[in-house]
Each structure stands twice: as structure tokens, then as C-alpha cells.
Ligand binder design. Structure first.
Ligand code: PA5
Length: 444
């Protein structure tokens, strides 16, 4: 089961820290459990692994089976919380090279998460000669990036299958009643899935937002939910036995003692998008009112050959949170070479996991020696149950962390600033005054 510890705790934290933080964590816990804190109307994810809509869950599985049967590709359109979790889980369960593998499940392409014409055209080309379906995901139903992408892919579907045929291939995941996407879906008769009102985008991976794309790969979404439910029960314990309490408390104390950056590290490239998901979760939840740790990520051992220098000897700004995934799915052993021209025979017969684990230990010792605290999250593995546990653990610890910082962990007012400017500069009706003001600044 998932566990958390700070390596050489006594070196980095004034001990004991539990006494001072316990009562504050207890209050934070109550706020999460009862929805009584700031943003409490968005705590629907807290009991989701128990209370999720079972009827919709069956519809997700049926839709995934249909897509697997009639499509060679699924195009997932969404940005931020509407794609990062699904991408992270698919990479972990199926590999970042999933689309290149020989398999009898559809490729999954993620679009609408930026505004690059080249990357959009690339996916349009990739699906031009294959049967495909589209899952458009937007809680608000009005986000520009996915809305623009959807125009292109809907047009491509309608050209290929006609309006009727396209109807069978479009799945919209959005608000149950509001927003342009919901209105469109109702008018066109597309199958819809719901992002519940009480669950914000970055906490939505265990709703249809993440579950439909994940299920299309054939992954076991029941096991994912089971893992989350196990962690939900563990996190219900209001004590330092809860890994979420430990993690929230340690990172808060490190923040208070002057650390301003948290680096999430993992030794598996398949984890890259889980780190992206984690960055959004913590960055949007904590980074407000002039507060919050800056969440960044590194992929080891690759980044030990780039960022490793800074981590070891640069400005002492950060601490690391290392996610350990345990034993690899396959075991590879270093071959013996009689000539031993590369001098590697001392490793002959050793497994890649053995070498990785020594690298992990060596790095842990070097970085802590260099003054960088290391939190270790023992996550168990990349199987669906362990990932469900890890997702829920990070979400719960994030809610606790937000309340320890005294911010609302469930809003993101800062995200609106760029949108308003972009709308004004694009000439969206209603933004005329702002447009003139911004253009004057740009062309000064
Ligand atoms: O966490 C959030 O709420 C945001 O990052 C959203 O997920 C992102 O902006 C996409 O929003 P929407 O799903 O409404 O298109």
C-alpha cells in the first residue's frame, strides 16, 4: 500500500512537526469531508470512488466497447483537467508508445490542448484514412482551444460519414445542463457524459472525463476505481497514519522553512503525463493570493544529465518528491560480453531494475547531501489499482494542502486573465474597449 516518508527527516524539519500541524490538518480534513471550507461546493470528488454514478459507468464501458469495435482511432479533445489525467493514466498503463504498438484497440490522439496548427494537421492526417471517433471534453463547454479543435474534427467526421454517421461517433463529456457544448450535443443527438457540478476540471480524472478515453484502450477502469476507493477509506482517517496527512504536512513545513519549488521526480518515462497532471492539480490549487509551492517535474535518470547539476549545486530553492513505482513489468538482464570492451561486465546478469534502484539510492544520497530534501512516495506500481490509489492520494493531499495554506484549493481565478486578453485581441464581441487598450500597449 502507498506510503510516504521524508528521507533524513531530522536534517530537514524541526521535529516533532506533528503536534503543531495536527489540529490544523484536522480542521482541513473536516472541511474536505463535509464540504464546509472555501470552495466546498467542489468537493464532490472526495466521496466519488464510493458514490459515482454506476449507470453512467456502464454507459462508459458500453461506449468504449463500441468505439473499440468501430474505430481504429479515438480523438480526445480537451485541455487542462479535461485531458491530462487520461493521458497520464494511458501512458502508465499502456505505454507512451501505445499508438505505435501492434494491438486490437484504437489509437488515442489528444488534441485541443494548444493552438498549434501543425500538431492539429498532423492528427487530421493520421485519422484521414482510418475509422475514428471523437470524445470532446469540456466542463464549461466554452473553452476556446478544444472548441476550435472540435470544429475541425467534427467537419472531418461529417465529411467521412455524413451528419448521421458522425452522430454515432461523437461523444461529448460536459456539464449536465449548461454550456455551448451541451446545447450542441442535445441539438445534434450526440451521446453525452457528465462532468458533475461539484467536481472541478483538475479533480475530474475519475469521472467520464478520464474514464472513457482510458476504457477505450481496454484498461480496467473498475480496478482504477477500486484503488481510489481503497485510498478514500485510508484518507478518511484523520491522523498521521494517513499518507495524505504526512505528505501535506511535510511539504507545508518545507514550504514554511523557505523552499519554494517542489520537483516531482519519477524514474519511469511512462509517468511523464502523470507529472503534468500533478503539476496542474497543485499549481492551480495552491498558486494564489501570492502563496504556494511552484510545482515542477523531472524525469530521471534522463534529467540527472541536465537538471541534475542545478538540483545538486544551484540555488537552494527546492525539495524533491520522488514517486517510486517498484518492480518493472518486465525484467531485462545485462548481457555478458566476453571482450568487455565497454568495461560493463561487472553488471552482466544484473537486472535493469537493480541498476535503476542503485541510481535512485545514489541520487537520493547525493541530493540530500546537497541540501535538497527528498520526500519518497512508495506508489506500488503502474497497475490500475495502484494508479487509482495514487490519484486519490494526490487529490486528497492537495485539498488538505490548500486549506493549510489558507487558500481555496478549488478555484482558478488567475486562468481567466489570459483568456480575457486573447478574446479581446481576437475581436470577440463584448471585448471592444479592452481590445483598443491592449493593442495600444502592444504597439507602443
Ligand atoms: O482545472 C480546471 O478547471 C481547468 O484547468 C480546466 O480543466 C481547463 O481550463 C479546461 O476547462 P473545460 O473543461 O471547461 O474546457
Amino acid at each position: 500500500m502507498l506510503d510516504v516518508k521524508l528521507f533524513e527527516m531530522h536534517t530537514f524539519l524541526p521535529l516533532p512537526y506533528e503536534g503543531a500541524l495536527g489540529p490544523r490538518l484536522k480542521k482541513a480534513q473536516e472541511k474536505l469531508q463535509n464540504g464546509s471550507g472555501a470552495g466546498g461546493e467542489f468537493t464532490g470528488w472526495v466521496h466519488l470512488p464510493r458514490d459515482y454514478d454506476k449507470e453512467e459507468f456502464s454507459r462508459i464501458q458500453a461506449a468504449a466497447a463500441r468505439i473499440r469495435a468501430n474505430s481504429q482511432a479515438l480523438v480526445v479533445i480537451g485541455i487542462g483537467g479535461s485531458y491530462l489525467g487520461a493521458r497520464g493514466v494511458i501512458d502508465c498503463l499502456c505505454s507512451p508508445n501505445y499508438n505505435l504498438k501492434k494491438k486490437d484497440t484504437p489509437n488515442v490522439y489528444f488534441v485541443g490542448n494548444g493552438l498549434s496548427a501543425d500538431s492539429m494537421q498532423e492528427v487530421l492526417d493520421l485519422v484521414a484514412d482510418v475509422d475514428f471517433s471523437v470524445n470532446v471534453i469540456s466542463k464549461s463547454g466554452t473553452t476556446t482551444e478544444p472548441a476550435v479543435a472540435f470544429r475541425f474534427f467534427r467537419e472531418a467526421l461529417e465529411k467521412k460519414y455524413g451528419r448521421e454517421g458522425a452522430r454515432e461517433r461523437i461523444y461529448a463529456t460536459t456539464d449536465k445542463a449548461r454550456g455551448a457544448l451541451k446545447s450542441l450535443a442535445d441539438a445534434e443527438g450526440w451521446e453525452t457524459f457528465v462532468v458533475p457540478d461539484e467536481i472541478g476540471g483538475r479533480y475530474s480524472v475519475l469521472t467520464a472525463v478520464g474514464l472513457l478515453p482510458i476504457a477505450v484502450t481496454g484498461a480496467d477502469i473498475e480496478a482504477l476505481m477500486r484503488g481510489a476507493a481503497q485510498m478514500m477509506d485510508i484518507c478518511a482517517d484523520a491522523s498521521f497514519a494517513s499518507p495524505a496527512w504526512k505528505y501535506a504536512a511535510i511539504r507545508y513545513e518545507l514550504y514554511r522553512s523557505g523552499r519554494s519549488i517542489e520537483l516531482l521526480a519519477c524514474y519511469d518515462p511512462a509517468f511523464r503525463f502523470m507529472s503534468e497532471w500533478w503539476k496542474q492539480l497543485y499549481g492551480e490549487s495552491e498558486g494564489k493570493d501570492g502563496k504556494g509551492l511552484f510545482p515542477a517535474s523531472v524525469e530521471f535518470t534522463a534529467d540527472l544529465h541536465s537538471m541534475g547539476q542545478y538540483i545538486q549545486e544551484g540555488k537552494r530553492l527546492m525539495f524533491e518528491t520522488v514517486v517510486r513505482l517498484g518492480k518493472s513489468g518486465c525484467q531485462l538482464y545485462v548481457p555478458r560480453d566476453e571482450a568487455d570492451g565497454d568495461g560493463l561486465n561487472f553488471l552482466a546478469g544484473e537486472s535493469m531494475d537493480f541498476i535503476r534502484d542503485r541510481a535512485m539510492e545514489g541520487t537520493l544520497l547525493a541530493h540530500t547531501e546537497g541540501g535538497v530534501p527528498n520526500i519518497i512516495v512508495e506508489a506500488g506500481g503502474k497497475d490500475p489499482e495502484s494508479l487509482g490509489q495514487l490519484i486519490y492520494f494526490f487529490e486528497y493531499a492537495c485539498g488538505l494542502s490548500g486549506y493549510l495554506l489558507d487558500v481555496n484549493p478549488f478555484d482558478q481565478p488567475g486562468v481567466e486573465a489570459y483568456k480575457k486578453n486573447m478574446f479581446a485581441l481576437l475581436g470577440k464581441p463584448g471585448y471592444e474597449d479592452r481590445k483598443a487598450e491592449l493593442e495600444a500597449k502592444l504597439h507602443k
